[in-house]
Design a binder for this molecule. Structure first.
Ligand SMILES: [Zn+2]
Length: 295
């Protein structure tokens, strides 16, 4: 998979006119999903997540997107775990950043083989494909793709600080370096691949950002997927919200395969990835417009 570098600048006459605006291609996202599942269970600190990370960075590179690792140690109830976020940047006309994020770790299970086709792989696959699409068009804001490690709790139950290791580390580091100031909004994707996808409005998320995305979904005829029902979600967006960053979580937490051995290829669908991909791509200019007006 390669992208001709600078192809449009040296394209033969006519090519520029016929090249269509590249849309989100769920077939490509599906390949990324399958690839991750093929690595097997991918808990933080395992060889399989290192493979996954390598794959993410290679794919980004093939799109012409620069990515760097942000390594850190997660202090978990089960001891110290080596973790790393992957931060990729698509420069825009302005340095202000819109961050699109997903966690790419899968939950640690000893009693079952948990491959996280939905929980981990689906949103990560979509994020890679979003990168390809967004790299191919002019963006007003700088787009950052953030692949987070350590979202999952190390212990069976989600409690205290035993979760969201990667997002908490990222926000702390950004506060320290001062780069958080140019981070204007976060769109988090998590578990967007299940066959019967229903994404509810999360009451923790920032209202204007929720309204833009749900409004875009309605405009695209996707109101059956983007439900107006309310839910309350704790996820990687919380550390950003606490730091004062506008954030929205697109998640379907209410699916029967969640944290079961059935979170496999048979229970996810490329169509769901397409729906979310289309809505996010269409919502980005609206988010940019809102942020520029709010300046
Ligand atoms: Zn999970």
């Amino acid at each position: 998979m390669t992208t001709p570098k600078g192809g449009s600048a040296i394209a033969p006459t006519g090519e520029a006119q016929i090249a269509p605006a590249q849309g989100f291609d769920s077939a490509k996202a599906w390949q990324h999903l399958q690839k991750q599942v093929g690595f097997g269970p991918r808990p933080s600190g395992t060889p399989a997540i290192v493979e996954t990370r390598k794959y993410i960075i290679e794919q980004l590179k093939s799109f012409g997107i620069e990515a760097k690792e942000q390594p850190f140690i997660g202090m978990t109830p089960l001891g110290e775990v080596s973790m790393a976020n992957v931060i990729a940047t698509i420069p825009g006309r302005r340095p202000d950043r819109l961050v699109l994020a997903s966690h790419y770790d899968t939950k640690l299970y000893r009693e079952m083989r948990f491959v996280g086709a939905n929980d981990g792989a689906s949103s990560t696959a979509a994020l890679l494909e979003l990168g390809r699409v967004l790299k191919g068009r002019p963006n007003e804001l700088t787009i950052e793709l953030l692949f987070l490690d350590g979202e999952e709790a190390r212990l069976p139950e989600w409690q205290g600080t035993d979760n969201t290791y990667g997002s908490r580390h990222y926000v702390q580091a950004a506060q320290k370096s001062g780069s958080l100031k140019s981070l204007k909004a976060l769109v988090l994707l998590d578990m967007i691949g299940d066959r019967d996808l229903s994404i509810k409005r999360d009451s923790n998320s920032t209202p204007w950002l929720v309204d833009i995305i749900w409004g875009t979904a309605a405009r695209l005829g996707q109101s059956s997927t983007f439900s107006n029902q309310l839910t309350t979600i704790e996820d990687d967006h919380i550390p950003f919200l606490r730091a004062g960053v506008a954030a929205v979580d697109l998640i379907d937490l209410e699916n029967p395969t969640w944290h079961t051995a059935q979170d496999d290829l048979e229970h996810v669908s490329a169509r769901s990835l397409q729906t979310v991909g289309d809505v996010v791509v269409a919502a980005i200019p609206e988010i940019e417009k809102y942020l520029l007006r709010a300046r």
